[in-house]
Design a protein around this ligand. Structure first.
Ligand code: ARG
Length: 429
């Protein structure tokens, strides 16, 4: 008998929303088809004597075969297995607000996982209710941000539902999980060449892909080539640069290279173009919300070009005061979302500000993509606070008088000059 199957008591509950094992009758499991959630699917049936309904959410993870995963769930005893294509909702309601907020956490992470979790958990609540489940189960560990995002969402939207997070409590390592899987006829995918090597821990959707684990935890280890599965390594990217133009209307990207596209298709196309040129790789040190400092390798090609283009256009349209102020709110927005507080009213308050600024963010930005870099090279907008004749060096006239400048400088620098004198003259205090 493995540790898993021993009849030792369930660990005591800490939070009010954690399920009392006695009361678990039907569980909605957020299923991915991977080792953890497959073991869980069996384990919940065995340990809780409960029925399991599976939910698989499509957020545009590349190369996923949802029918295969669904078949696997049903073979492992799921009562039902729903597959929901949430790409459109994800793009419109989660990624688009992130673009309007230029959302990057810690200066580099475009939040794809953090944006996906509240939607996945919201769908889990909907399907749990319609399938008569009392509990939601997920495969997050106790060390990550994802448990926070999912459980905070469920506890906010559905106080009547409970959650269980078996990976957090079952205390099995990978070896024991594999043994459990073998014993229970759960098929496991492993690299046939190196069956003993644990795979990277991957999470992805249409906004990006993260890899964690293995050598990534060694900060002195430069990335091995095999981690890059989405973005071409810059050294292998084409020798010819490519220019891509992105057109925005009210802060939303609407066309690429002049071709109008629906948002999901546009994000997918942007990812393809940027990935080809090695754009979107981020080797990131990150402060998790649960206190840990970790390293992630991100591949986020679509975000790399759409966020840069949006930010550039916004800068062209905003005044100096707006441009000084908005990044503070952008950072707050990214932090709230990273921290699992999607449903916090402050996020909606911030969104109202983002929407107000973005009312005028229409125009086109051109970027030059070349071996890993994406550099803005052209800009145009009917709303730009820009006048080429005012900006050019020599002339005076129109709204600008160069003879007014010395007077401006005298007053603008007045307090600084006075303070300097006080600090640097012998009679100063
Ligand atoms: N560090 C990122 C975040 O906290 C990515 C997490 C990826 N999640 C995962 N289960 N592999 O959002």
């Amino acid at each position: 008998m493995t540790a898993l199957e021993s009849e030792h008591a369930f660990p005591p509950r800490t939070a009010s929303y954690e399920a009392d094992p006695e009361q678990v009758e039907r569980v909605l499991l957020l299923y991915s088809g991977g080792l953890d959630t497959s073991v869980m699917l069996k384990w919940i049936q065995d340990r809780y004597h409960a029925e399991v309904v599976c939910l698989i959410v499509n957020l545009g993870q590349p190369g996923e075969d949802y029918e295969v995963i669904q078949g696997k769930a049903l073979r492992l005893g799921a009562l039902e297995c729903h597959v929901v294509d949430a790409r459109e909702e994800f793009a419109r309601e989660y990624v688009l607000p992130a673009i309007r907020a230029n959302a990057l956490y810690g200066g580099g992470y475009p939040l794809f996982t953090a944006l996906g979790r509240p939607l996945i958990a919201k769908l889990a609540v909907e399907y749990a209710r319609s399938s008569g489940c009392d509990t939601i189960a997920h495969g997050c560990t106790g060390k990550g941000n994802d448990q926070v995002r999912i459980e905070a969402t469920v506890a906010t939207l559905a106080p009547e539902l409970k959650t269980i997070a078996p990976v957090r409590s079952w205390q099995m390592g990978r070896e024991e999980e594999i043994a459990y899987a073998r014993e229970h006829g759960i098929p496991i995918k492993s690299d046939p060449a190196h069956p003993e090597v644990a795979p990277y821990s991957i999470d992805d959707n249409l906004w990006g892909r993260s890899s964690e684990g293995r050598w990534i935890e060694d900060l002195s280890h430069a990335p091995d080539n095999d981690v890059f599965q989405l973005v071409t390594r810059p050294e292998l990217a084409p020798d010819e640069p490519e220019i891509v133009t992105v057109e925005f209307e009210r802060g939303a990207p609407v066309a690429l290279n002049g071709e109008r596209l629906e948002l999901v298709a546009l994000i997918e196309r942007a990812a393809e173009i940027a990935a080809r040129h090695g754009v979107g790789i981020v080797d990131h040190i990150e402060d998790r919300i649960v206190g840990l400092k970790v390293r992630d390798i991100y591949e986020a090609p679509a975000a790399a070009i759409l966020l840069s283009a949006h930010q550039e256009l916004e800068k062209l349209i905003g005044t100096i005061h707006q441009n000084q102020f908005k990044p503070q709110l952008d950072r707050q927005w990214a932090y709230l979302v990273y921290a699992g507080l999607w449903w916090e009213p402050l996020r909606q308050d911030l969104d109202a500000y983002m929407a107000s600024v973005n009312e005028r963010v229409s125009g086109t930005i051109g970027l030059k993509l070349y071996k890993g870099s994406a550099r803005v090279v052209t800009r145009s907008s009917p709303n730009a606070v820009y006048d080429a004749s005012l900006a050019s060096f020599a002339q005076s006239g129109g709204l600008f008088s160069q003879t007014a400048s010395p007077g401006f400088i005298e007053l603008w620098s007045l307090q600084s000059r006075m303070a300097w004198r006080l600090r640097n003259e012998p009679q100063g205090l």
